[in-house]
Ligand binder design. Structure first.
Ligand code: HEC
Length: 86
């Protein structure tokens, strides 16, 4: 690692980081169904990056996401689904 620098400020947004800070109140991405979260486990679905992105744009996140954050978290979720979904 290291090429992107070590701090939290100037790096391009990490999809995993955006997901854990903005999405995990309502979603998991574990492959295990968890009925007690509002939005549910996204790993049960299999969506394209564009499909995920269309949802991300309407999700009630706490703060407006930047375009970079939207792209990063959409790629992150779609890649995780491709790994986890049947
Ligand atoms: C305040 C709660 C909340 C937050 C925060 C939230 N979501 Fe959601 N999300 C929902 C609900 C509720 C649904 C609708 C679930 C349904 O209809 O089955 C949903 C649906 C989705 C879907 C479609 C799932 C499906 O099965 O059709 C995706 C993808 C998604 N959210 C991704 C995200 C991502 C990525 C984030 C973070 C950027 C996020 N959500 C933040 C509540 C939330």
């Amino acid at each position: 690692m290291g090429a992107a620098g070590g701090g939290c400020g100037a790096e391009p947004p990490s999809g995993a980081h955006v997901f854990s800070s903005e999405c995990t109140a309502c979603h998991t991405l574990s492959g295990h169904e968890s009925g007690h979260v509002l939005g549910g486990d996204l790993a049960r679905r299999r969506m394209s990056v564009a499909e995920v992105e269309s949802f991300v744009r309407v999700m009630p996140v706490r703060q407006r996401l930047s375009e970079d954050q939207i792209h990063a978290v959409s790629r992150y979720v779609a890649a995780a689904q491709a790994r986890l979904a049947p």
